[in-house]
Design a binder for this molecule. Structure first.
Ligand code: SF4
Length: 276
């Protein structure tokens, strides 16, 4: 039986499909839970995840109006404190414009729905929309990685499609007026800015459309395993797939592009969202 039409596609699950169709099948289609650590040492991996979650939460509280000094005083971890101080410096110029934080958008697409949760979006005085995304990686960020990521295509695409509903005051927005900025608290000087364009828009639409149509007609058992074995070292299903039992090292991960894994566990009744 093909994928249920209630399925919601995100940058994260589409990226999973591109990385390994079998992983998509196990994780989202068959909902196969399989206990395995995805990288080691476990404590380091857990610490990184926790730091990322805490940072996003504190930033959201700050952007929702809680004073920075109140939040500063609530942070014990010195790294997290340092990240938050840098964030406040970075975000200052954007706070003069209308913005949203942790903003969820869903929209129909190819008979399914697409979802994006924007860490930050703002409409600047020059009628430009900037999508901010915080990545708490502790490895030097590589532009190529972000250029290739599905999130870099999906978020501006959904922003453009829903521009009038998100920013009612926006005036004749062109695709070229949207940009995506990845900001790294551990590397505050290394913002990666990606400009959107009509070409990127057309490519995104085509790629998402063909990917979703391809997934929609697949039957269980027809999803191939990746041919790139390196990805298996960081995958929870490696023993199930007989692709090894040893988890990869946190520091050796070939792809440290942080995902929005939480999206796949979202309680859609509990989120504030804008739905079209
Ligand atoms: S272990 Fe490898 S082949 Fe199996 S789902 Fe994970 S990435 Fe795919």
């Amino acid at each position: 039986m093909p994928l249920d039409r209630d399925f919601v596609f995100s940058a994260n699950n589409l990226q999973d499909y591109l990385d390994c169709p079998r992983r998509f099948e196990l994780k989202y289609f068959l909902k196969q839970s399989w206990p395995a650590i995805t990288s080691h040492p476990v404590q380091e991996m857990e610490y990184k995840i926790q730091m990322g979650n805490c940072f996003h939460k504190i930033v959201h509280q700050f952007l929702s109006g809680i004073p920075g000094n109140v939040l500063d005083n609530s942070i014990d971890d010195p790294d997290l404190k340092g990240w938050f101080i840098k964030f406040q410096e970075f975000i200052k110029p954007y706070l003069n414009f209308p913005y949203f934080s942790e903003f969820t958008v869903t929209m129909p697409f190819e008979g399914f729905r697409l979802i994006a949760v924007f860490d930050f979006i703002t409409l600047t005085g020059s009628n430009k929309i900037i999508i901010g995304d915080w990545k708490t990686t502790t490895r030097n960020p590589k532009r190529e990685l972000y250029l290739q990521s599905l999130q870099s295509f999906l978020y501006p695409f959904m922003m453009f499609e829903n521009r009038d509903h998100i920013f009612s005051q926006v005036d004749k927005l062109r695709k070229e007026d949207i940009s995506m900025e990845y900001w790294f608290p551990a590397f505050p000087e290394k913002t990666i800015a990606l400009e959107y364009s009509s070409v990127s828009y057309a490519t995104s639409q085509e790629v998402f459309s063909s990917l979703i149509k391809e997934i929609a007609i697949k039957e269980p058992g027809s999803f191939d395993k990746t041919t790139n074995d390196k990805r298996c070292a960081y995958c929870q299903y490696r023993s199930l797939c007989e692709r090894g039992i040893q988890a990869g090292k946190v520091d050796d991960a070939e792809n440290e592009f942080e995902d929005d894994s939480g999206l796949d566990n979202l309680d859609f009744d509990q989120i504030e969202e804008i739905t079209f």
